[in-house]
Design a binder for this molecule. Structure first.
Ligand code: HEC
Length: 405
């Protein structure tokens, strides 16, 4: 820990009773240890905090036990007793622009407990945040960290905000129920010639407690054997998603969406349907034990032109998240089952299976990639397997270049 940081940490104890042990004389209870570990001479600052903490106890004052007491004793010096953050003048450091106001439900509810625990355990840098947020591994037990996180949760007074735990990993095809602030670039490439490729740009913006606005702009490429590649914009989609219910206790979340796809693509080249298409769907997510989950999306497409067929679809994504090391990189293998059917005579249901794996790239976990293959399970004469890939940026959590170290 840098000395600059050490200096800053001292701020904490202007609100705690901070009586550093007189130099040269160590507290009695440390004597036996002292004999064994001369390295104590070079106490790290967090370690010093530990002494202060236990000294408070030795002086007859109980070690803070409730989440609130722990917060007031160790965190309030920077985060303020009300969780809003101490005023700048008192802080003694320039707060980073991501410095939290724990009463701001919109930004705090999206952080899962696990992320907060990682930050409290290992300090800000564990999630690509400022080193001013110290590590409390030496000072607080896991149980105490859990209690203090519970106290942090009490600062947001409105319980209806959906919690970040319900923000399940994004699959390649199945839409999720959680309203997001996200930008995604997805590429789908057919593995047989003559079937083309597409780049899809997705921009999602959350507003209010559970609303999300979305724009999808596709760029289509087609390739006839023996001809050059042709490219062009596809049918642009505008969408609105509304959270219906979400509970971290039952681990379930449900939302409904309405979308309009406009005929901006060139129909003759196969870049669009030539019709405005209205789409409605429901999306449901369920957390399962051991960081597993299932997501389900089903809906209907209704084109305005009656020479374009109506269609129905149902998609399921099943996955589990594995953590590399302790609270480190996340790997999420998933498998999707995708069914769609044109509502026209003679049409059959198309089935696809999509094995894929999502991985967090940045330390802050706000940049992720997913790679998979969509494999047609039937009607293979007219459909080609597709390689699918996306890069996702949860832009609310930080800039593209922030949060990597
Ligand atoms: C020395 C000042 C300081 C102390 C003491 C401190 N923090 Fe922090 N904390 C910060 C700063 C600064 C940030 C913002 C880091 C950033 O955004 O880069 C932060 C960020 C956090 C975050 C991340 C919030 C988010 O954006 O999602 C959590 C959680 C947190 N602190 C909890 C605690 C808890 C709990 C304690 C006490 C056990 C504590 N902090 C003590 C300075 C401090």
């Amino acid at each position: 820990m840098s000395t600059r940081l050490a200096h800053r940490n001292r701020v904490v104890f202007t609100v705690v009773e901070y009586n550093p042990p007189p130099s040269g004389r160590r507290p009695n209870r440390l004597k036996p240890l002292w004999g064994h570990f001369p390295v104590f001479a070079a106490l790290s600052f967090v370690w010093l905090q530990g002494i202060v903490f236990s000294q408070t106890a030795a002086r007859g004052k109980a070690r803070p036990t409730t989440g609130k007491e722990i917060f007031l004793a160790t965190c309030a010096g920077c985060h303020g007793p009300d969780g809003k953050g101490m005023p700048k003048e008192t802080l003694g450091f320039e707060p980073p622009k991501t410095f939290p106001d724990f009463t701001d439900c919109s930004s705090t509810t999206r952080e899962p407990d696990e992320d907060w625990k990682a930050i409290i355990h290992y300090g800000g840098p564990a999630r690509g945040f400022s080193e001013i947020m110290p590590s409390f591994t030496e000072l607080l037990t896991n149980e105490e960290i859990a209690k203090v996180v519970e106290h942090l949760r009490s600062f947001c007074a409105e319980r209806a905000w959906p919690r970040g735990e319900l923000n399940l990993p994004r699959a390649l095809v199945t839409e999720k129920a959680f309203p997001e602030d996200e930008a995604v670039v997805q590429t789908n490439i057919a593995t047989k010639s003559g079937y083309g490729a597409s780049n899809l740009l997705v921009y999602e913006r959350r507003f209010g407690l559970g609303n999300q606005f979305e724009v999808d702009v596709p760029f289509e490429y087609s390739h006839e054997p023996g001809h050059a590649w042709l490219g062009g914009i596809g049918d642009v989609t505008l969408g609105y998603k509304r959270l219906v219910a979400g509970s971290v206790h039952t681990g379930s979340i449900f939302s409904v969406s309405g979308e309009a796809t406009l005929p901006t693509g060139n129909r003759a080249r196969g870049f669009g349907t030539g019709s405005t298409v209205f789409e409605g769907f429901g999306a449901f997510g369920q957390m399962l034990p051991r960081h597993s989950f299932v997501q389900f999306q089903s809906g209907v497409e209704v084109p305005v032109r009656n020479d374009v067929a109506k269609a129905v679809f149902a998609r399921t994504a099943l996955g589990t998240t594995l953590t590399q090391g302790h609270l480190g990189r996340l790997w999420t293998p998933m498998i999707e089952f995708v069914a769609d059917r044109d509502l026209a005579t003679g049409e059959k249901t198309n089935w696809d299976v999509v094995p894929e794996i999502q991985v967090t790239l940045s330390k802050r976990q706000h940049i992720r990639a997913n790679f998979g293959v969509s494999i047609p399970a039937n009607n293979t004469a007219t459909r080609s397997p597709q390689v699918m890939f996306y890069l996702l940026w949860d832009w609310f959590d930080g800039g593209l270049r922030e949060g990597w170290r």
